[in-house]
Write a protein that binds this ligand. Structure first.
Ligand code: PMT
Length: 396
């Protein structure tokens, strides 16, 4: 079930911590590699020795007690395919929801871009506290996977909602989150472009656009999390576990694609590529004094990278374009897919402030060659990215 999968468990201070011993055994029985972080409070409920013996690995507690050259919050995060926090106390939930990183566990969460499962367990009054409820809502909105606690008799002597969900449910959720990665995109090479190109005018000025690269990075992360070999060609520097190439102009982006595209199974053009560049880039800064009030820059057309890719693509290659419009979105998107001849086009309305350029969320329409349209309602770019990949590879 979990062969070759690395599961990082975070245990926080709560009586349900003893149940995680069984969870570790269940994961191990299903061939997972397990590493465990415990908060200082968690060590009052179960001993690190028990956890170490069952997980067959050292237990990580303190943030700064290590011989490792790389900070643990980065290296453990890199190692893990998924992070399961159980039981998650009210304290830890609230810290995560507010970006507080005052121990190893919360620091790892803050630097972790793969799936996180949170299984809260606490006294029912704490669970009903509006602040905790608000924090849970916030985390859910940010795409954390919350496994809600159950009603029942609680260790504090009362009855109510607050009991850790069954460990089998945590195990199933872990499998569900890793399943897509297990099955779908291993053995696929996916190239994604991100960001807005910059077309230099002189050494200090350029023609650009509002793209932040978030949509492209979300796609690259989702493809990587699904097991694909990923190459991200981005106009911004971006650190990740997959290959990234930083480019600036459309011509540089086209050259990087030309080098990478041969054995690619899929190319997704999420970048906002300038249609024009300055015909001549000035060697020195253009001086105000050297221009008059109606200064003109002569532009020349950039290559249409997407159209060229579609013309030269190999049989099994899937090419996906994006379409950024401020009016007549679907009409323009349909004519774009027909003109550019890509396999899919993902259309978004860039006149809206809440989606599109630089936003953390998007709302898109995926259109295929038969002009079949599927709408993905507004949600995080992370989920939009996962759904785009599911759509493409569900059909192929
Ligand atoms: O980066 P973010 O801030 O997260 O914003 C995301 C986004 C709005 C940039 C993204 O969702 C998006 O819409 N990307 C495409 C932007 C764009 O250039 O759209 P277009 O309709 O002008 O171009 C259509 C397609 O042709 C695009 O896939 C584009 O990459 C490609 N193109 C365009 C011009 C050109 N010379 N060569 C190209 O390959």
């Amino acid at each position: 079930m979990f062969k070759n999968k690395n599961i990082l468990i975070g245990i926080t201070g709560g009586i349900a911590a003893y149940k995680i011993i069984e969870l570790i055994r269940l994961y191990k029985k299903n061939n997972a590699n397990i590493k465990v972080i415990m908060t200082e409070n968690a060590t009052n409920f179960v001993t690190p020795l028990t956890v170490r013996t069952l997980s067959n690995n050292p237990v990580y507690i303190k943030q700064f007690e290590t011989d490792n050259l790389f900070p643990e919050h980065i290296s453990l995060g890199n190692w893990a395919d998924i992070f399961v926090i159980a039981p998650a106390s009210a304290n830890t939930i609230s810290k995560i929801a507010n970006g507080i990183c005052d121990n190893l566990l919360t620091s790892i969460v803050c630097a972790f871009s793969k799936p996180i499962i949170i299984a809260p367990a606490m006294n029912c009054e704490m669970w009903n506290n509006p602040i905790i409820k608000e924090n849970i809502k916030k985390l859910e909105k940010l795409n954390y996977n919350i496994l809600y606690p159950e009603a029942g008799f609680l260790a504090c002597g009362t009855s109510g909602v607050g009991r850790l969900c069954p460990i089998e449910q945590i195990c199933e959720k872990t499998y569900e989150k890793l399943k897509y990665k297990n099955k779908k995109l291993s053995n696929k090479k996916i190239i994604i472009t991100a960001g807005g190109t910059r077309e230099n005018i002189d050494p200090v000025r350029f023609l650009g656009n509002y793209s932040s690269g978030k949509m492209g990075v979300a796609l690259a992360d989702a493809a990587y999390d699904s097991g694909a070999e990923v190459v991200l060609i981005n106009t911004f520097n971006h650190k990740s576990n997959y290959k990234t190439i930083t480019v600036s102009s459309a011509i540089e982006m086209q050259a990087a694609l030309a080098k990478e595209k041969q054995n690619a199974d899929c190319i997704i053009m999420a970048a906002a590529v300038a249609d024009f560049r300055a015909k001549k880039i000035q060697k020195h800064k253009i001086k105000k004094e050297s221009t008059d009030d109606n200064f003109t820059i002569e532009l020349t057309r950039n290559p249409d990278i997407l159209t060229e890719l579609c013309k030269t693509k190999s049989n099994n290659q899937i090419i996906v374009g994006f379409c950024a419009e401020s009016e007549n979105l679907l009409e323009n998107a349909k004519s774009k897919i027909q003109k550019k001849q890509c396999d899919y086009i993902v259309a978004n309305d860039v006149s809206r402030k809440d989606i599109g350029f630089a936003s953390d969320e998007n709302e898109v329409y995926i259109i295929d060659k038969n002009l079949k349209i599927m709408k993905l309602d507004k949600t995080s770019k992370k989920i939009i990215a996962e759904k785009i990949l599911e759509f493409i590879y569900g059909e192929n």
